[in-house]
Design a protein. Structure first.
Length: 70
């Protein structure tokens, strides 16, 4: 049960990072792939935020799921 909570907290933290700072995530993971020095597209920012929200929801579910299944 300890690992489940640990991984759930990691999911929540990554989700918060993706939701709050999608542009920084783009800088870390995608900017080196682009020849232009532009910023990430609006679609990239929106889908990254949606992914972050999904991570947060999954993390919260993972925290409470062991208590529900007992």
């Amino acid at each position: 049960m300890g690992w489940t909570i640990f991984l759930a907290v990691i999911l929540i933290l990554v989700g918060l990072f993706l939701t709050i700072k999608p542009d920084l995530w783009w800088q870390l993971t995608e900017s080196w792939k682009s020849y232009s020095t532009g910023d990430p597209s609006d679609l990239y920012l929106k889908t990254t935020r949606i992914g972050g929200i999904i991570f947060i929801v999954l993390g919260v579910i993972a925290i409470f799921l062991p208590f529900i299944l007992e």
